[in-house]
Design a protein around this ligand. Structure first.
Ligand code: HH2
Length: 273
């Protein structure tokens, strides 16, 4: 069954909800709301990766995310697994000891040499995402031989590197990195051919929520892209995505439920009427 990863951004500058949940109490309340709406996982992030975003020190990132992870796990938490969206070993280590069970690294363990060891030691799940370049440079004329083949080869190499660093292969998830060093045409082709990534044999995560290619297609502002997001996610689900990373959990939950029933992957019962 496809799982929903609800996004909890504790940042002043995320592309769609920057500044909304910078205060820990507001972020925790938001995470609880996403869990109540049907999120299976909550992805807590303290550093924006939007093109050109400012870098954040480990101390600052920890100040942002530490109390939020603590508020969302364990007793008094939501009962939903928490993922830490970070590329920094120090941030991951603190979040894991507070009770997070997944590390989501948009750099696929390439930016902090210590992070793989932290994940191996903790025995956590690890999301490895494809990105061409860095958030500062990634949208400067990205080019591929064949975007799906290139992303797939990259992810295959990164899975190998993770395993070589002691991470259990069964705990590795892969993500094509929609919007990370890709034109709108690249994103659309990755979504159209998403099924090819299943050949890697690992769960596939897709993060299309509210991203700018949807704005280019529909002409909609960032907070009005729920229809485009639902379409992208529904097709990703049909192609075999295992985890959908979303801002709008309630809409995504209804879409996933309906799509899975139509595809015969889920039994259904009437909820009302
Ligand atoms: N996208 C964003 C951040 N983290 N992680 C994975 N695995 N896949 C993604 O597609 C992905 C991600 C960007 O979205 P958001 O968190 O809303 O924005 P920002 O990076 O500006 O905080």
């Amino acid at each position: 069954m496809t799982r929903l990863m609800g996004i909890v951004n504790v940042t002043p500058d995320s592309f769609s909800d920057g500044g909304l949940f910078l205060d820990a109490e507001a972020a925790i309340a938001h995470g609880r709301e996403l869990a109540a709406e049907g999120a299976d996982l909550l992805d807590v992030g303290g550093e924006s990766t939007r093109p050109g975003a400012a870098e954040v020190s480990a101390e600052e990132e920890l100040e942002r995310v530490g109390p939020v992870v603590e508020g969302l796990v364990g007793e008094g938490g939501t009962g939903v697994a928490v993922s830490i969206d970070t590329s920094k070993a120090a941030v991951a280590a603190t979040a894991l000891s507070a009770g997070a069970t997944i590390v989501n690294d948009v750099t696929a363990l390439r930016s902090d040499a210590e992070l793989a060891a932290v994940c191996a030691e903790a025995g956590c799940e690890v999301v490895l995402m494809h990105m061409l370049g860095t958030p500062r440079t990634m949208q400067d004329d990205p080019r591929y031989e064949d975007v799906v083949d290139d992303v797939k080869a990259f992810l295959s190499d990164r899975v190998e590197a993770a395993v070589a660093a002691g991470i259990d292969e069964n705990r590795v998830w892969v993500d094509p990195g929609i919007g990370f060093g890709k034109t709108a045409a690249h994103n659309l082709e990755l979504l159209r051919r998403l099924g090819e990534l299943r050949e890697l044999g690992r769960p596939v995560v897709v993060g299309a929520s509210r991203k700018s290619f949807l704005g280019k297609l529909t002409g909609r502002d960032v907070n009005e892209r729920v229809g485009g997001t639902v379409a992208a996610n529904t097709l990703a689900l049909a192609a075999g995505a295992d985890v959908l990373r979303v801002h709008d959990v309630a809409a995504a939950r209804d879409a996933v439920l309906t799509a899975e029933v139509i595809l015969g992957r889920r039994r259904w019962r009437t909820r009302s009427g």
